[in-house]
Design a protein around this ligand. Structure first.
Ligand code: MTE
Ligand code: MO
Length: 402
């Protein structure tokens, strides 16, 4: 009780805090924090193990990676990966006794319940993929759609390990005939007094998406944290973030799409001004996209000379095959070079272009092409929710060189 918890001598703690810090040689620290007007929001408890300097904390459930933080070694470390939760996560006890987590499989010949301990006895697979929120890039929409104004940081490239969904389905006699969807349900506790369908996180994807889907318990070489959906998460490579159900408790092959609001009305591509409804296309597959991370828009004036322009590029459902970079906002383009290992069609690739920049102003943009020949578009597709922004023009980085 009398132990001083930090290394400052006890008498300094008893004095006024500013003078105590001055005595400890930390006066600038004290001044810095006093001068700060709007203090940045802290990380919430369930993500407190992350690196605070890497994020823009929009809210306790929307935490964006800073553009300047993305490195060039392909995989996004867990400490720097964005977080998006529509509901508070389950009790942390679920990631203490991980093996006891239960998942029900329905819509197969012999439906049954598995514990995670049982799933671990099946043949595993590992997949690298881009996890990207459907609303990444929403911050560039001029009509300011409601929702988090993410720029580029609601995305990361993540490696997942677990059992392939198709293997589990085969073990249970196969998907029952005529079922067109794979529906995943999150295991969060639902707030009381509300219609469960209005809050539950339940999403359906076309049944073909099961081909490369995983029931994963490991992320980047470690058990999946509570923040990222541990103990068990559905991974649907090539599909936007929301289709990758955290804390999955039910995986069902179904004749129809889920009637949960997050499926029927949320994540729909509706015209500006219109509300989402089941007649509008659903936000599911990702498309070809790239952006420059360095120099970042957060950087101050650059020094004239050689600059390594680097960023990330991915094809969504397809592998990315080419990235071009322009220094003049898209008039002239040069091929960039891919850097580092190719982790497969669903992962992103890092690219770099070395450029000698004289003093002046530059608009740096990148444009990716996938193996199917799809080229990243100049313009976004306008929609009320601000989804699927792949516009290369929107992702431009303006720099001044002196
Ligand atoms: N059970 C459940 N799964 C979920 C969500 C959620 O709120 N609950 N959010 C989805 C959304 S909108 C996104 S963008 C991703 C975010 O994944 P991350 O927090 O691991 O980055 O998880 C998806 N899966
Ligand atoms: Mo999302």
């Amino acid at each position: 009780m009398n132990e001083c918890p930090i290394s400052l001598p006890r008498r300094h703690l008893l004095a006024g805090s500013a003078s105590a810090l001055a005595a400890a040689g930390l006066a600038t620290f004290a001044r810095g924090s006093l001068a700060q007007t709007a203090a940045p929001k802290p990380l919430p408890a369930f993500a407190s193990w992350k690196d605070p300097a890497s994020f823009i904390v929009h809210s306790s459930s929307t935490i964006e990676t800073r553009r300047s933080v993305f490195g060039t070694s392909v995989v996004t470390p867990a400490e720097q990966l964005y977080v998006r939760n529509n509901l508070p996560p389950p009790d942390p006890a679920v990631v203490i006794d991980r093996d006891a987590w239960e998942l029900t499989i329905e819509g197969v010949k012999t439906p049954r319940k598995f514990t995670l301990r049982e799933l671990r006895t099946m043949d595993i697979e590992t997949t690298a993929m881009v996890l990207q929120c459907s609303g990444n890039g929403r911050g560039f929409f001029p009509n300011k759609p409601s929702g988090t104004p993410w720029t580029v940081g609601a995305a990361g490239c993540v490696v997942w390990s677990g059992v392939p969904v198709r293997r589990v389905a085969e073990a249970l006699g196969g998907v029952a005939p005529g079922l067109a969807y794979m529906t995943g349900t999150g295991g969060e506790k639902l707030p009381e007094g509300l219609d469960p369908l209005s809050v539950i996180v339940e999403r359906s994807v076309p049944v073909q998406a099961m081909g490369d889907a995983l029931l994963a318990w490991e992320m980047n070489g470690a058990p999946i944290s509570l923040a990222h959906g541990g103990p068990l998460r559905l991974i649907v490579p090539g599909y936007t973030g929301v289709n990758n159900i955290k804390y999955i408790k039910r995986l069902a092959f179904t004749a129809r799409e889920s009637e949960a609001k997050i499926m029927s009305h949320g994540y729909r591509l509706s015209p500006p001004g219109a509300k989402g409804d089941p007649s509008q296309p659903s936000v599911q597959e990702m498309s070809v996209k790239s952006w420059i991370n360095s120099p970042s828009p957060e950087a101050s004036t650059l020094k004239a000379g050689l600059v390594q322009i680097h960023g990330v590029a991915f094809g969504g459902l397809h592998a990315v095959s080419r990235v071009e970079v322009s220094l003049d906002g898209g008039k002239k383009w040069s091929d960039a070079r891919f850097v580092g290992p190719d982790l497969g069609r669903y992962a992103w690739r890092q690219f770099v272009l070395a450029a000698k920049l004289p003093p002046g102003s530059f608009t740096l943009v990148s444009r990716a092409t996938d193996v199917a020949g799809n080229v990243q578009p100049e313009q976004r597709l306008e929609n009320a929710g601000g989804y699927n922004n792949a516009s290369w023009a929107d992702h431009a980085v303006n720099v001044s060189v002196a």
